[in-house]
Design a protein around this ligand. Structure first.
Ligand SMILES: [Zn+2]
Ligand SMILES: [Zn+2]
Length: 328
């Protein structure tokens, strides 16, 4: 039976509700889902750290499945095609940002599972021009974590300015970093990972990190770029202290606890802090192509759709090893 896990109010558990999918409107497709990833942003919306923009809302923005109905004008898609739906649900298409390849910055952008219902459901309606073709070689479950953590990690690599063979620091080692390190290693980068968890340090070494350390430890040489994944301003500052002159720290976070005050000397010599906001369809297409080529391996913890609350709790408690994925 068609159903969805619905957030009625922040701080309350999601409610399992029957939901009969409506036929897709003009420019839309209806997807029967095979998997949806669980992201920290879903947790922040469900707990109210990110105020919901629309209630009730179905969270989830790493959804993969098969097209079961095509609205008028959406004939790029055929019934049976495999489609993914990610964080960017739509943009205006006409503002200066949209017209200059920076649709991730569109002020009229809408987001899946925040403005419009997302993938914690058996079915999902999406804008046909924002749904993503999923390459063969990944089943739905393996593809889901690529659609947020993977793509945003890929955009973070770009924002950090890391070059092939360069020295890259990764601060925090969750679902996004697990994918990012595989791209960085594919490019021949030397990777240095800082994370509190011994298990994550071990996992990072298995994926090719040449050095790992705990919070407060400094990699043995200056870094050419760093990416921070932890939602902590103090972690951003320690990354800044570890990078070389002219290097960038890319902040892969939609929400930081705060930014600490620090002496200008730590930023001087043309070091840069760069935030990373959303991603473009171009980023997603590039990452999916690269993921099939490398190929990227994702490690997932599976949960039945009806146990979304348990999956969110596991993420909050740090009990998820790779990426949590819900199965309808
Ligand atoms: Zn996400
Ligand atoms: Zn726009």
């Amino acid at each position: 039976m068609a159903s969805a896990m619905v957030l009625r109010a922040p701080g309350q558990p999601l409610v399992d509700e029957p939901r009969q999918p409506a036929p897709p409107g003009p420019g839309q497709i209806l997807i029967e889902l095979g998997a949806c990833g669980v992201c920290r942003t879903d947790l922040q919306i469900s707990e109210g750290d990110l105020p919901p923009k629309h209630l009730p809302i179905v969270p989830g923005h790493q959804a993969v499945g098969r097209v079961v109905a095509v609205g008028t004008g959406a004939d790029r898609w055929k019934i049976g095609d495999r489609a993914g739906v990610a964080w960017l649900a739509g943009t205006c298409g006409v503002c200066d940002k949209c017209r200059s390849g920076r649709e991730n910055l569109c002020v009229r952008a809408t987001f899946t599972g925040w403005d419009v219902d997302g993938g914690y459901a058996t079915h999902l309606t999406a804008r046909a021009d924002f749904a993503l073709p999923i390459p063969d070689g990944f089943d739905d479950v393996a593809a889901a974590p690529l659609l947020c953590g993977g793509v945003i990690g890929y955009r973070s690599l770009g924002r950090s300015g890391i070059q092939p063979g360069g020295r890259l620091g990764l601060y925090g080692f969750g679902a996004s970093a697990l994918i990012t390190i595989q791209v960085a290693r594919h490019w021949g980068c030397r990777v240095f990972v800082v994370t509190r968890s011994k298990a994550e340090q071990e996992r990072a070494r298995l994926l090719g990190a040449e050095w790992t350390g705990g919070l407060g430890e400094r990699p043995p040489e200056p870094l050419d770029a760093a990416i921070t994944f932890a939602p902590s301003g103090d972690v951003v500052r320690s990354a800044l202290q570890a990078v070389d002159r002219g290097a960038t720290v890319a902040i892969n976070a939609i929400h930081l606890d705060r930014m600490p005050e620090f002496p200008y000397q730590e930023l001087w010599w043309e070091r840069r802090l760069a935030s990373v906001a959303n991603f473009t369809r171009q980023d997603a297409a590039e990452l999916l192509r690269l993921a099939a080529e490398i190929p990227i391996r994702t490690e997932v913890d599976r949960y039945p759709l009806g146990e979304a609350n348990r999956a969110l709790a596991a993420l909050r408690d740090g009990a998820v090893k790779g990426a949590a994925v819900l199965l309808p």
